[in-house]
Ligand binder design. Structure first.
Ligand SMILES: *[C@@H]1O[C@H](CO)[C@@H](O)[C@H](O)[C@H]1NC(C)=O
Ligand SMILES: *[C@@H]1O[C@H](CO)[C@@H](O)[C@H](O)[C@H]1NC(C)=O
Ligand SMILES: *[C@@H]1O[C@H](CO)[C@@H](O)[C@H](O)[C@H]1NC(C)=O
Ligand SMILES: *[C@@H]1O[C@H](CO)[C@@H](O)[C@H](O)[C@H]1NC(C)=O
Ligand SMILES: *[C@@H]1O[C@H](CO)[C@@H](O)[C@H](O)[C@H]1NC(C)=O
Ligand SMILES: *[C@@H]1O[C@H](CO)[C@@H](O)[C@H](O)[C@H]1NC(C)=O
Ligand SMILES: *[C@@H]1O[C@H](CO)[C@@H](O)[C@H](O)[C@H]1NC(C)=O
Ligand SMILES: *[C@@H]1O[C@H](CO)[C@@H](O)[C@H](O)[C@H]1NC(C)=O
Ligand SMILES: *[C@@H]1O[C@H](CO)[C@@H](O)[C@H](O)[C@H]1NC(C)=O
Length: 498
């Protein structure tokens, strides 16, 4: 009786689908008759609209099994269930479940799915769980000797434990596509079959910032095949739309590179992002190296070639020379964080290639007394991409001669981001000025009336001017004497040349 009803309904649906197909050529035929054959589950045409079609079917044919929300197809030993699946738990006719070979669960819309419920299905070969909104499994899959085909697609699964599939000796296909997986621990498979297990992971939301957890996907040591690994894209904001496989490979090679450079042993290296290069139509990595507070006295000799950001703050660096060598490893390191070191002298930045291309230079908290203002001004003027220069907390000398120039530089460039925090701070300063904010000083503050401070060049110029005037006066006197008395000066008479 049961079977006849099924057949009648099958016929009706078949007819309906045919009519639909006539009216709309795009709708795929649902091969209902396959429900009675073992081909059903492996026919892509059916699987693609499994929940929809079985759902329609289910609407008409409820509770055949006395198992709420499920229909059983006896010939194929298939059980279709729709809605939340807690009901297996209290279902008393367990032997009926024990014969099922194919289980299809659709629209399980609570937030979790207890995988342990599947322990009654001891003959299960095919498992499909789809179109549901649960985001987490509780418990791993129980040991199921014959389960070989697993399709858990189009749910909202966010994480998965690595051992979820570890108790399935016959497994050969696992499809986890179109979930919201961000992280999956390394999947453990203990299959006894000879064929390579195939795993599908496309269409998830991989968080490539958490490389430690997901880099196994791109590994070459897997005992199974992640079929679509080269098609996976990252979804986190740092690596959005970048291919996961490429990202992980760059991360691995950077880790290795940094381990091999002995200067960097105490530092950490990160891929900051991947840049798309139009010319080669490929992605190029951009790295940052962090050597904060590791007791460095000098710049490391080598950085990974694609580093663009370097943190070497809170160390004991004294000299910037390494930045300005010809073809220095720092040529393309545009952001350098040098705050809280022991830099006193930055004159090397005058006429330095690096300084013409930098983006960020943080010199806060060093021992700088003065900078070559003209060179700085020039470089900032020419630079297209300088965005930030930090100079506060240094030992600035605010002399009458120097302070106005520095002040002018600060007033002109907003990229000196901390200019309002720059304080005059030096024993050589006038005690009235020491400790005051540079931007709040006026020329009158720094240059006391009548106070003339000359540097050594000016003193020399004055001396030379006086000497030249004396020389001219002497010449004039000699000429006058010669004219009036005809006497040549003593020096002419006694020099053999004349
Ligand atoms: C799993 O089911 C989906 C339908 O949701 C289907 O598109 C996919 O091909 C199935 N996976 C495999 C490996 O057959
Ligand atoms: C199953 O049975 C237990 C008690 O036997 C009951 O508390 C629970 O609500 C039942 N669950 C379902 C889904 O019917
Ligand atoms: C369950 O969720 C799916 C997708 O999340 C939705 O299409 C379906 O209508 C929901 N079904 C029920 C019974 O809530
Ligand atoms: C695996 O292969 C071995 C020999 O190649 C064979 O003896 C064994 O039966 C195969 N096992 C399965 C499950 O096919
Ligand atoms: C990815 O992981 C990072 C690091 O833990 C985290 O800050 C970020 O919010 C995650 N992204 C998403 C989309 O969850
Ligand atoms: C993955 O990213 C690549 C490059 O950004 C893009 O061409 C491709 O369409 C993306 N694929 C998916 C499925 O988003
Ligand atoms: C790394 O740190 C350790 C301990 O802080 C130190 O002894 C060692 O010299 C450092 N190595 C390098 C290369 O700086
Ligand atoms: C650099 O590493 C140190 C620890 O060594 C950490 O405290 C700091 O936040 C890191 N800096 C950046 C910008 O990541
Ligand atoms: C400078 O360039 C030469 C030749 O291109 C190269 O051999 C050398 O190693 C480079 N030096 C540095 C410090 O990169």
């Amino acid at each position: 009786m049961e079977k006849i009803i099924i057949h009648i309904i099958l016929l009706i649906t078949l007819l309906l689908t045919c009519i639909l197909n006539v009216s709309n050529g795009n709708i795929k035929t649902f091969y209902d008759t396959d429900l009675e054959t073992s081909n059903f589950f492996h026919d892509q045409r059916n699987v693609n609209q499994l929940c929809d079609k079985l759902g329609e079917f289910y609407e008409e044919k409820n509770e055949i099994l006395n198992l709420p929300r499920c229909i059983r197809f006896k010939n194929t030993m298939m059980l279709y269930c729709q809605g939340e699946m807690e009901n297996f738990r209290n279902y008393t006719n367990k032997p009926k479940l024990e014969r099922i070979e194919t289980l299809i669960v659709c629209y399980h819309n609570s937030s979790t799915f207890d995988a342990n419920l599947l322990k009654y299905f001891i003959k299960l070969k095919n498992l499909f769980i789809g179109y549901s909104s649960f985001n987490q499994f509780i418990n791993k899959l129980p040991r199921l000797e014959s389960l070989s085909f697993i399709n858990i697609t189009r749910n909202e699964l966010m994480t998965l434990k690595g051992d979820f599939f570890s108790d399935l000796p016959s497994v050969n296909t696992i499809d986890l596509r179109y979930n919201q997986l961000q992280l999956v621990e390394k999947i453990q498979i203990n299959s006894n079959t000879n064929s390579t297990v195939q795993i599908y992971l496309y269409g998830n939301l991989w968080n490539c910032s958490q490389a430690k957890i997901i880099k196994w996907i791109a590994g070459s040591d897997l005992k199974y095949d992640v079929v679509d690994k080269k098609k996976l894209n990252c979804s986190d904001h740092k690596f959005r739309a970048r291919p996961l496989y490429t990202v992980m490979n760059f991360k691995n090679s950077l880790t290795k590179l940094c381990k091999d450079l002995k200067d960097l042993r105490n530092c950490t290296c990160h891929i900051s992002f991947l840049r798309y290069e139009e010319d080669t139509r490929s992605f190029k990595p951009v790295a940052s190296v962090n050597c904060s507070g590791k007791g460095f006295y000098n710049f490391p000799e080598m950085l990974p070639p694609y580093t663009n950001t370097f943190f070497i703050d809170h160390n004991k660096i004294r000299s910037l020379d390494a930045l300005c060598f010809k073809n220095s490893t720092y040529n393309n390191v545009h952001d350098i964080y040098l705050e809280y070191n022991e830099i006193r002298d930055v004159s090397v930045l005058d006429n330095c290639q690096w300084f013409e291309n930098f983006r960020v230079l943080n010199l806060k908290g060093n021992l700088i007394e003065r900078i070559p203002v003209f060179a700085f001004s020039n470089s900032l003027e020419l630079s297209n991409h300088a965005t930030k220069l930090l100079l506060s907390e240094n030992n600035w000398i605010c002399s009458c001669r120097y302070a106005p120039r520095l002040l002018k530089l600060c007033q002109k460039y907003d990229l000196i981001a901390d200019k309002r925090k720059i304080r005059c701070r030096n024993e050589k300063n006038d005690p009235d000025i020491n400790g005051r904010l540079l931007m709040e000083l006026t020329k009158n503050d720094v240059c006391k009336v009548n106070q003339i401070i000359l540097n050594k060049f000016e003193i020399m110029s004055i001396i030379f001017t006086i000497l030249i005037i004396l020389l001219l006066l002497n010449l004039l006197y000699d000429w006058y004497r010669y004219k009036s008395s005809g006497k040549l000066p003593w020096i002419v008479l006694n020099t053999p040349l004349f």
